[in-house]
Design a protein around this ligand. Structure first.
Ligand code: NAD
Ligand code: MG
Ligand code: MG
Ligand code: MG
Ligand code: MG
Length: 344
């Protein structure tokens, strides 16, 4: 544990728009992050071209949003800043197509450090390599910008060939709305390793296994699947919302004293030293590149075990119980309708 708070945070006033003046930004990909970066940049007055393959289904969407579209190669050729927002697993192939278009002083801009950190993309020394990584899905990056609100983000410079890499990255962060909320300075290594560890051990992997283990424990002991679903999955959101709003303290304050005492004494029985040792092991495999290597090979092989794991997760009993219960209770349907109408 540390009591140091030494991260530097940048806001609008620290960013100088002029570092993107007279430059063209190529946004490669028009998915979650791509559509948000491209539109926010354009609305901020930056010249944007979206790079998409000839047959890409995203082309229509980008054009409908009023953006200029070209192939990734054409877009990179024209641009001085190339924002790589295609999926991490396809970035090396897309990079191979655009590499020859990069001129000295041009910038490769990322929203996640995987391919740079694990050496899957090795840019030449004369280009800048930077990161502005919004800490949120793209639709929120776009929605917050339109609401004149910000989205917190991370800034990192891997390579500063021009001497202006950080200033330009800050201008980019400002143009997509991140410096309104604050941009935390980090490194490609720290961003990549903490992102992977967080999603594996806590956010995506940890939480789903905790939910399934709790559910199975109750059902195996003879309790009804409906009760197990409510206790172990549905209520998760209520608890997380409280922590998001006011930290662990607000959650503990809001639950009953019985829940607080039970949680404080039994939580550490479940997530014990053994679980912590396993977390350290997961972190080690992120740090030494073992996870990255496994994922790269898995992709090269056509994702056989990924597909199998996905299928098993879909077929877990809790999914069937959840589908049935969410249908009986209207809460999630209302939410779906809301987000659908926002898309339009
Ligand atoms: P995405 O999967 O939503 O979008 C990918 C887009 O890339 C597609 O819409 C398509 O336009 C294009 N594309 C797909 N396959 C392609 C191919 N073979 N060749 C060319 N273009 C192709 O991706 P995303 O989630 O926005 O991720 C982009 C980057 O942003 C990644 O580095 C990711 O780690 C990072 N990131 C994502 C999030 C998030 O919440 N989604 C948050 C922070 C950072
Ligand atoms: Mg160029
Ligand atoms: Mg540059
Ligand atoms: Mg991630
Ligand atoms: Mg309860």
């Amino acid at each position: 544990m540390t009591d140091q708070y030494d991260a530097t945070i940048y806001y609008d006033d620290d960013a100088d728009d002029s570092y993107l003046n007279d430059k063209t930004v190529a946004v490669l990909g028009y998915g979650s992050q791509g559509h948000a970066h491209a539109q926010n940049l354009a609305d901020s007055g930056v010249d944007v071209v979206v790079g998409l393959r000839e047959g890409s289904s995203s082309r229509k969407a980008a054009e409908a949003d009023g953006l200029r579209v070209a192939t990734p190669t054409e877009a990179a050729s024209e641009a001085q800043v190339v924002s790589v927002l295609v999926p991490d697993t396809v970035q090396p192939a897309v990079y191979a197509d655009i590499e020859s278009e990069l001129e000295p002083g041009d910038t490769l801009q990322f929203a996640h450090g995987f391919n740079i950190h694990y050496g899957q993309i090795e840019p030449s020394e004369d280009v800048d390599v930077t990161m502005i990584a919004p800490k949120s899905p793209g639709h929120l990056v776009r929605r917050n910008y339109q609401a004149e609100e910000g989205t917190p983000g991370l800034l990192a410079v891997y390579q500063d060939a021009s001497g202006e890499a950080k200033e330009e990255a800050l201008a980019y962060g400002k143009a997509i709305g991140c410096t309104r909320a604050g941009v935390v300075e980090t490194s490609f290594q720290e961003e990549t390793e903490t992102d992977l560890f967080g999603e594996q051990a806590v956010l995506c992997g940890g939480v789903t296994e905790l939910i399934k283990a709790g559910y199975e424990t109750l059902v195996d002991a003879g309790y009804s699947p409906e009760m197990a679903y409510f206790e172990c999955l549905n209520e998760m959101k209520l608890i997380v919302d409280l922590m998001y709003e006011g930290g662990l303290g607000e959650m503990w304050d809001s639950v009953s004293d019985t829940a607080e005492y039970g949680g404080l004494t039994r939580g550490e029985v479940v997530v014990d030293d053994h679980a912590r040792e396993k977390m350290e092991q997961v972190l080690e495999e992120v740090q030494n590149g073992e996870f990255a290597q496994q994922w790269i090979v898995e992709n090269q092989a056509g994702r056989p075990s990924y597909r199998q794991k996905r299928k098993a997760e879909k077929n877990h009993e809790i999914e069937e119980v959840g589908d049935r219960l969410r249908e009986l209770f209207a809460w999630s349907e209302t939410e779906d309708e809301e987000s659908e109408s926002e898309e339009k």
